[in-house]
Design a protein around this ligand. Structure first.
Ligand code: PNS
Length: 162
């Protein structure tokens, strides 16, 4: 069974992430989306909320499973018996950081390869931070995230503003 792990913060999941999920799920038997409990960042959504949202937006893709994890992505991948880590590359600006992570992870665990998928062009500019910023200032984020996510982000932003 070919298993891959797609780790990330997904705060919130964007159409760009979903594009990578759909395309990488088609390459393997099982794709496990690993949602990082990131103590250093101050996420908009709690870990439980991010997992719930991801489960909802991936429910139609039968070989995707969503799981929370803490610690190193590579350790989570090992625990999942994954052969691959999946990451999306949007632009050259992602490359430095991603290459550093992939090389480090490969030294930590030579049996697990990182697979990079180039983000579809229409999402090449998109990031969770941009989505949050647009939403914070009242902009429409429906073109960037699924409708249910847009609603959840707006609700959070309304809570933040009061
Ligand atoms: O969605 P993001 O925030 O770009 O994802 C980054 C993520 C979660 C993949 C990365 O920060 C990560 O793997 N964090 C867990 C700790 C870890 O494994 N660090 C990399 C060591 S080389």
């Amino acid at each position: 069974m070919k298993i891959a792990v797609y780790p990330g913060s997904f705060d919130p999941v964007t159409n760009g992430h979903l594009d990578i999920m759909k395309r990488s799920a088609a390459l393997v038997d099982q794709l496990i989306v690993g949602v990082l409990q990131n103590n250093t960042k101050n996420p908009l959504f709690s870990l439980e909320e991010r997992v719930k949202i991801l489960m909802e937006v991936t429910k139609d893709i039968s070989n995707i499973k969503v799981e929370a994890f803490s610690g190193l992505s590579i350790d989570f991948a090992k625990k999942c018996n994954a052969k691959f880590l999946v990451r999306g590359l949007r632009a050259i600006t992602d490359f430095d950081y991603e290459l550093q992570m992939a090389q480090t992870n490969r030294i930590l665990s030579p049996g697990i390869d990182t697979i990079f998928l180039t983000t579809s062009l229409e999402y090449a500019y998109l990031s969770s931070s941009t989505v949050k910023e647009v939403a914070f200032y009242g902009g429409d984020i429906k073109k960037f995230v699924p409708d249910s996510v847009a609603a959840a982000v707006s609700e959070k932003m309304n809570q933040k503003r009061v």
